[in-house]
Design a protein around this ligand. Structure first.
Ligand code: AMP
Length: 280
């Protein structure tokens, strides 16, 4: 496995590869969620590139860019075990020769970014799309693997690929959870013991919605009310019901619904996101 930190060398190595290329874009601090994407990429491609890059242009000014966990050595160990071919782990200065306001960015339409995570994180998805587009160009990936954990991101990246005719297939991978249903996230490292206990109520609320829906309850207000009770003690940023095909908000739950939650835990103030679909 090669660990590459510069664009010139990455391009040279990509040129040498024979067969298909799978890309797994990450910000590192790899956990079993990331590893599920990596395993699938290794299964489905002749070559696999994992990018590890804490992308500064997708972070807002008051967000956790500086404290975001960075553990390249441990990440490299995990990737090597999965038989990844290349880790691309550039510095920010290698990826961006200029300040964000002086870069050419990809900006998804207002309609898809002015809601859910995009609402509290203005510019976030411009940063995500721009780095993902750069990674597609640099790696010439045939397939790229994204987790449903970041459902709005997945929707927006798929839309970008369609709208801009990128020659890459986006593979969406299911959410990996702890035994107690907490969705795995690199940010779980921030949680205090008490935060973690409260954080469990996010997935509890989502699974409860799925159960109530299976019993015939489709009234969103009723489903939201009971969920907010379950999540008492958390600072809920949003709980929304969206159509999986458009990401438009719905008036009634149905078999195309994805339910999305973002909430902050009280002690570490960590912002967590999770979602569940009502079609499986
Ligand atoms: P991140 O490093 O948080 O940017 O995540 C990199 C990729 O891993 C994204 O496509 C995420 O959606 C995906 N991912 C993160 N956590 C999980 C999880 N618990 N299950 C499945 N995929 C995940």
């Amino acid at each position: 496995m090669k660990i590459i930190d510069n664009i010139k060398e990455l391009k040279e190595e990509i040129k040498k590869l024979k067969g298909s290329i799978g890309l797994v874009p990450t910000m590192g601090a790899l956990h079993n969620g990331h590893l599920s994407l990596i395993k699938r990429a290794v299964n489905e491609n002749d070559n696999v590139v994992v990018s590890i890059f804490v992308n500064p242009i997708q972070f807002g000014i008051n967000e956790d860019l500086d404290k975001y966990p960075r553990q390249l050595k441990q990440d490299a160990f995990l990737c090597e075990k999965e038989r990844v071919d290349i880790i691309f782990a550039p510095k920010a200065s290698e990826m961006y020769s200029d300040e964000k306001n002086n870069l050419t960015l990809i900006c998804p339409p207002y309609e898809v970014v002015d809601k859910l995570c995009g609402k509290s994180r203005p510019g976030h998805f411009d940063g995500v799309c721009s780095v993902v587009a750069k990674l597609f160009n640099l790696t010439k990936a045939d397939k790229a693997y994204f987790g449903q954990k970041d459902a709005q991101q997945l929707f927006i990246v798929k839309k970008m690929v369609k709208d801009l005719n990128f020659d890459v297939e986006i593979i969406s991978c299911p959410i990996i959870r702890e035994a107690d249903n907490l969705a795995l996230s690199s940010r779980n490292q921030y949680l205090t013991e008490n935060d973690r206990k409260l954080a469990l109520n996010i997935s509890k609320a989502l699974f409860n919605i799925k159960k109530l829906f299976s019993e015939g309850i489709v009234d969103i207000k009723a489903l939201v009310d009971v969920s907010l009770k379950i999540m008492e003690g958390l600072d809920v940023e949003y709980i929304e019901f969206a159509d999986r095909n458009t990401f438009n908000f719905q008036t009634k739950a149905d078999r195309n619904t994805i339910v999305l939650i973002a909430a902050k835990v009280p002690e570490s103030k960590t912002r967590l996101i999770d979602n569940i679909n009502l079609w499986e």
